[in-house]
Ligand binder design. Structure first.
Ligand SMILES: Cc1ncc(COP(=O)(O)O)c(C=O)c1O
Length: 414
């Protein structure tokens, strides 16, 4: 293992926790990455050493220090996302929060109200737009799949004068791999539409975000890269940001309220106009620390490590009779996870996931089974559910080998 990765792995105390006396073999990092000590320390430090309120509300030293730390965190996040400026970054509680914000703030008009979704959108992105569609405010179109990837050749046919927004999941949380974001962004732009990229599964192992690849908006979740829960950000390109209408307003989002023939609020505009109320300052400090630590380990190193694990898993699991690995080797190597589906009758992925947790002496092997909140992907592909193995820096090929041996044993048993 690369030295920088080995050093990074000392940041994850949960790897040494025993669960009911059993050692954790964690293969569910797509759900959430285990948390880093440096991120927890930074969050704790912000809470306990400072613990005041930022947001330019107060003018004493504690408040200024909170605010400075918050803005420093924003610069770190802007770097991760490839944003042109920290002013294009809105702190959120993660991708779900970001997608709800975008959907409900987006300047849809009667003439431009169509949203094209990739078939791999997570419910975090799909459902906010589905709600708007149910209320008659937008019309949804879903790209077809070609194999297990969105068919970008079909995108021009779905784009038109009425297309307002294209949503493209940058790296799928069910089928793995990564999408050709640059191409999709160029097609959307040519049709006068904007492109939103869900970077939830992309940022943790690729680093540089979608802004650099031409997305007009993108989002990631901090907990998926080892930072505290309910942290993350939405990047919005300056020109689009100016057109969004904040759907959540409150303290910190107005210049003032006047009484001139009725109450009138004058909103501040810009990214901070979307950060209503007291913010998660401590979470932002933890998030910045996590990003900084990953940068120090090197996203190139992280990518190489995780990619190697996926390739190895593809080879090993393809040799197991009774299950099928979804996707080809080269495409999967671009992501950080893979899914398998049972081919043997009577195999329940859920039962097997429970078996993995409790039936192997001394070990708790954690994998995810089901639809992974990727209902569109399941409906588009006909895949009912999968068993998903997802990787981060703390995994080794031994984890896959363990999983594969238990799987072979289980298949012989049923
Ligand atoms: C691709 C993708 N998008 C969005 C989400 C939602 O992220 P969060 O729950 O952090 O908002 C997930 C979570 O699994 C995901 O995998």
């Amino acid at each position: 293992m690369n030295k920088a990765i080995a050093a990074l792995n000392r940041e994850f105390p949960a790897l040494r926790t025993r669960f009911c006396g059993r050692r954790l073999v964690y293969l569910d990092s797509a759900c959430t990455v285990l948390k880093m000590r440096c991120a927890a320390d930074a969050q704790r430090e912000s809470l306990l050493r400072l613990g005041g309120c930022g947001g330019r509300r107060s003018f004493y030293s504690l408040s200024s220090e909170m605010e400075e730390a918050f803005e420093a965190a924003r610069r770190t996040v802007a770097w991760l996302m490839g944003a042109g400026s920290p002013d294009e970054v809105i702190f959120t509680g993660g991708v779900t929060d970001a997608a709800n914000l975008l959907a409900n703030s987006f300047p849809f008009t009667k003439d431009r109200n169509e949203v094209v979704l990739s078939p791999l959108e997570h419910n975090a992105v799909f459902l906010p737009f589905e709600r708007l569609a149910a209320a008659g405010r937008v019309k949804l179109k879903v790209l077809p799949l070609k194999g297990l990837t969105p068919d970008l050749d079909a995108l021009p046919r779905l784009l038109g004068r009425r297309t307002a927004l294209v949503c493209l999941n940058h790296a799928s949380n069910i089928f793995g791999g990564r999408q050709e974001l640059r191409r999709a962004a160029a097609l959307a732009r040519a049709a006068g539409a904007y492109l939103f990229s869900d970077d939830a599964q992309f940022s943790p192992t690729h680093g540089s975000g979608a802004a650099a690849e031409g997305a007009d908006a993108c989002a990631f979740s901090g907990h998926k890269l080892g930072a505290p829960y309910c942290t993350g950000a939405l990047y919005v390109r300056r020109e689009l940001l100016a057109k969004l209408r904040p759907w959540r307003v409150g303290g910190g989002t107005v210049e003032g309220v006047t009484l001139a023939g009725g109450y009138k609020a004058k909103y501040i505009g810009g990214n901070r106009g979307f950060e209503a109320g007291v913010q998660n300052y401590a979470g932002a400090a933890g998030l910045a620390a996590a990003i900084g630590r990953l940068e120090r380990a090197g996203f190139g190193n992280i990518r190489a490590h995780v990619s190697g694990l996926v390739l190895d898993a593809h080879e090993r699991l393809s040799s197991v009779k009774g299950v099928r690995v979804l996707g080809g080797k080269a495409a999967l190597a671009e992501g950080s996870l893979l899914s398998i589906v049972p081919e043997k009758r009577g195999f329940s992925s859920r039962d097997f996931a429970l078996f993995l947790d409790s039936s192997v002496k001394g070990l708790s092997i954690a994998v995810r089974s089901g639809r992974h909140c990727a209902d569109l992907a399941c409906l588009s592909s006909g895949v009912k559910e999968t068993l998903r193995l997802s990787y981060f820096t703390y995994n080794t090929a031994d984890d896959t080998e363990l999983f594969a041996r238990v799987l072979e044993r289980y298949l012989r048993m049923i």
